[in-house]
Design a protein around this ligand. Structure first.
Ligand code: T4K
Length: 369
């Protein structure tokens, strides 16, 4: 095993010397957190870049999800997808909300809107879909159901930074969209996250909730949390933004090289980009079907043996973790598509610094079977 290890992702790190002036500014003004100048600049810069009206920054995507639910006073039951990172459903449990899982669409791998209505009960107050891998949900169908039943829609848009559909930013849909800026994401602030919200009033409530519920020095209106992004994280975000177009362009090239190199392999199904006018190529998922000589886990291991560390996002399904598996909606017979896909999916490495030689090495291992 002589080749260098290649991991599923690697954070995009601009040259270190470019970060130093930001640090000097922080040192000079001595505001380290609590909504300082870097924080304010990043909020504005992200609104401009993403084409949205209001953004509230957070210290990570999970706290942003928790706070998004709090800000809309969501209670009771929330309909969600089992095919996601576990933080999606955990944000519900942490709020004392019962997740109700519905199956996914076999093509988009996102929540299947045709399954939502049957899962609605008098306790249902909201839907929490995920734009999995940055591929858009069927936002129109979801909104129609939400309007009919008077439900809130909170998108877990952790993977959807920069994605656009025909009408503009994907993040404009629903009541709120939640981003993650974790190190493994397309755009990162080491740790970080954000809520995209439609109006200044909602943002004000979110800002209060992420700062313990403080309205002013002596007034606390809710049991808020500490969800604030620090100045150093915000500064890194400002620097990342300068490089983001270049990073996304390289991701697009990698995606294209994989698609060309992996085309026509029997039993290897490449999950299609669909519905977006601008994609972010945040993941490269493929499905290992029965016609391939190895099963998914054997291919995963074969790649590992060649120092290539793909990941089985999202296996196991959230609904199969012990804190969820006893729930009625988590039963396998309610989620046949999600269970099938979770057993077949493998995400190949994709990140801007991945070079063509490594991509070809990965393609060759998959091709050899
Ligand atoms: N909703 C969805 C749909 C999400 O996918 C996520 C997070 C969230 C909500 C919650 O957002 P945050 O609270 O995280 O902001 C990772 C991430 O920790 C997690 O953020 C992400 N989703 C999830 C899909 O993936 P792991 O357990 O796969 O991470 P880890 O540490 O194994 O990293 C994967 C690879 O990346 C490593 O093999 C090497 C590389 N890496 C990783 C880190 C952290 C680096 O090269 N440098 C690094 O600093 O969960």
């Amino acid at each position: 095993m002589s080749d260098k290890p290649v991991y599923v992702t690697q954070p995009y790190l601009p040259p270190l010397e470019e970060f130093l002036p930001y640090l000097e500014q922080i040192w000079a003004n001595k505001t380290l957190t609590n909504g300082g100048p870097m924080h304010q600049q990043l909020e504005q810069a992200l609104c401009d870049y993403l084409g949205v009206e209001h953004i509230a920054l957070f210290n990570n995507g999970t706290i942003a999800l928790l706070t998004a639910l709090q800000s809309l006073r969501v209670t009771g039951e929330v309909i969600t997808t089992p095919y996601s990172f576990v933080a999606t459903a955990h944000s519900l449990l942490w709020n004392g909300i019962k997740p109700v899982f519905v199956d996914i669409d076999p093509v988009t791998l996102n929540m299947d809107p045709a399954r939502i209505e049957a899962a609605i009960t008098p306790q249902t107050t909201a839907i929490m879909p995920v734009h999995c891998y940055g591929h858009p949900c069927d936002v129109d169908a979801i909104q129609k159901i939400a309007d009919t039943y008077n439900l809130r829609v909170i998108y877990d848009a952790a993977h959807a930074f920069g994605v656009k559909d025909a009408g503009g930013s994907l993040l404009r849909h629903g009541d709120l969209s939640v981003l993650s800026f974790h190190a493994t994401k397309v755009f990162n602030t080491f740790e970080g996250g954000a809520i995209v919200c439609p109006d200044a009033k909602t943002k004000q409530r979110i800002n209060q909730l992420k700062n313990f519920g403080f309205v002013d020095e002596v007034t606390v209106i809710a049991p808020g949390i500490n969800g604030k992004m620090s100045e150093i994280n915000a500064a890194f975000g400002l620097l990342q933004l300068k490089h983001i177009d270049q990073a996304l362009a390289r991701r697009a090239e990698i995606d294209a090289r994989y698609r060309a190199g992996l085309a026509g392999i029997k039993g290897i199904h490449l999950v299609e980009e669909a519905g977006q006018t601008v994609a972010n190529y945040s993941y490269f998922p493929l499905l290992v079907e029965a016609a391939y000589p190895l099963d998914r886990d054997a291919l995963y291991q074969r790649l590992k043996d060649n120092n290539i560390f793909g990941r089985r996002y999202f296996y196991p399904l959230i609904s199969n973790f012990p804190m969820y598996s006893g729930m009625t909606s988590a039963q396998r017979n309610n989620l046949p598509v999600a269970n099938r896909i979770a057993d077949k999916v493998l995400c190949l490495p994709i990140y801007p610094a991945l070079d063509d030689q490594d991509i070809d090495r990965i393609i060759n291992v998959v091709r050899r079977g």
